[in-house]
Design a protein around this ligand. Structure first.
Ligand SMILES: Nc1ncnc2c1ncn2[C@@H]1O[C@H](COP(=O)(O)OP(=O)(O)O)[C@@H](O)[C@H]1O
Ligand SMILES: [Mg+2]
Length: 413
């Protein structure tokens, strides 16, 4: 371990000097912790008056050939270096500078002009569709540029020195059936979650079916929570480079509907976490009484999916059930997040029960849920793109499409 959360740290500064990222004359002002620090240590390091780095170290480095957690972010970075045609994606990503595999230390340029989308929504309680549009467009570009591209898939699967470093991972896992051990490991309230989950047979069947329909066909981020999306502080004046996607440690070859479903789940959580829940109030009533009604989020949710399809219309030709799968993945992610909260924070309350019920509807009745989730019907969502999908462009042409400009542009310029 070379870091300490107390600043400034001698070993860390030496490390940055060895990498040529700062010199002995530089004044390393301070190192401050950022993010949750749960699994990894994240430090913002200020060098001189104008340079900032995000230095990240895995807390528990696994040895014996087991892949290290941060390795995939490095692999993703190398993929972008190896294939310059993927330049569009580099502009969405998080400016990685260095990775030390042995010590599992990663250095990124700290993006001073950006802030976390999670905080932005919490602090401002506004949901401008422009931001959701930028997310949908960025994700569509990532999936479209890598879709069915064998060379990218092989690159991700084969690490240097011929070691096997990367595995396909189907994110569709149900909740394991529980044994008596669970009584000691989760609070009594949280047992309700497991009891309800097991009572809903249709839910288990829907998750099993979703697992069988999982189609890995492009590069996916796999952890698109709002805290992994950064927004430019001048998003109102800019019409490009609005967002950056960070934290690529779980990226892999996966199903594009899972990424879009994960972002969708984040928007639905804003609504679900604002419900007024009480055992005396029916779920339908709680949903109506939400402090942030779903109608407030509809413009963003619709903009997200429309911008995605605008960037990647041909997905509808390959996957005619795409929108329904996205809805199902959103339900699955909501359930996985409930389970993670129970395991990490030992917490489950009535709002969790409401979330589980909504997630169940998304998984078992995706078609009927579309109107609730997007505020528009499936045919309205896909109508503008159906004609375009009749003549899909070749993959080569797709890769050359640029939707971003290399320099930040002011809106309208
Ligand atoms: N390059 C960066 N520029 C600005 N902020 C960043 C950058 N990288 C990380 N952060 C901030 O640090 C937090 C944690 O980083 P992340 O890579 O997501 O680590 P973790 O593995 O802990 O989730 C992010 O949510 C974001 O607020
Ligand atoms: Mg993160």
């Amino acid at each position: 371990m070379i870091f300490s959360l107390h600043s400034p740290n001698h070993h860390l500064i030496k490390h940055l000097e060895n990498l040529g990222l700062c010199s002995s004359e530089d004044d390393v002002a301070d190192c401050e912790p950022v993010g949750s620090q749960k699994k990894n240590i994240n430090l913002l390091v200020n060098v001189g008056s104008d340079r900032k780095f995000l230095v990240k170290q895995e807390r528990y480095i696994e040895h014996n050939g087991i892949p290290q957690e941060l390795f995939n972010e490095w692999l993703f970075h190398q993929l972008l270096q190896q294939f310059p045609v993927l330049g569009n994606i580099a502009e969405i990503g998080s400016s990685l500078l260095h990775f030390d595999e042995q010590q599992s230390i990663l250095v990124r340029n700290y993006l001073t002009e950006y802030f976390e989308l999670e905080n932005f929504y919490q602090q401002n309680d506004i949901y401008p569709p422009e931001i959701a549009t930028a997310i949908g467009a960025s994700l569509g570009v990532l999936h479209r540029a890598t879709f069915n591209q064998r060379e990218y898939r092989d690159f991700m699967a084969t690490a240097p020195q011929g070691q096997f470093r990367y595995q396909f991972y189907n994110p569709v896992q149900g909740i394991e059936s529980f044994s008596s051990d669970i009584f000691g490991s989760v609070p009594t309230d949280a047992l309700k979650f497991y009891v309800l989950y097991q009572r809903y047979e249709s839910l288990e069947a829907a998750i099993a079916e979703l697992a069988s329909l999982w189609q890995p066909c492009c590069l996916t981020h796999n952890d698109l929570k709002l805290e992994n999306i950064l927004v430019h502080s001048r998003w109102e004046q800019l019409d490009n480079c609005l967002i950056r996607i960070i934290d690529w440690k779980t990226c892999s070859w996966g199903d594009p509907a899972f990424d879009l479903g994960t972002v969708l789940a984040s928007y639905l959580r804003i609504w679900l976490e604002s419900l007024v829940v009480d055992p005396s109030i029916k779920l339908e009533e709680s949903l109506e009484l939400a402090a942030t009604p779903i109608e407030i989020l509809h413009p963003s949710i619709a903009a997200l999916v429309q911008a995605y399809l605008d960037a990647f219309p041909s997905i509808l030709e390959y996957r005619c059930d795409f929108i329904q799968r996205v809805v199902q993945y959103a339900g699955l992610v909501l359930i996985q997040q409930l389970q993670a909260t129970i395991q990490n924070r030992k917490y489950f309350d009535n709002s969790g029960i409401a979330t589980l019920q909504v997630a169940k509807s998304l998984l078992t009745r995706p078609q009927e849920s579309i109107m609730t989730v997007f505020g528009i019907s499936e045919s309205e969502i896909i109508k503008p793109f159906v004609k375009l999908t009749k003549h899909p462009q070749t993959e080569k042409e797709q890769n050359l499409v640029r939707i971003y400009y290399s320099k930040t542009r002011l809106r309208g310029c």
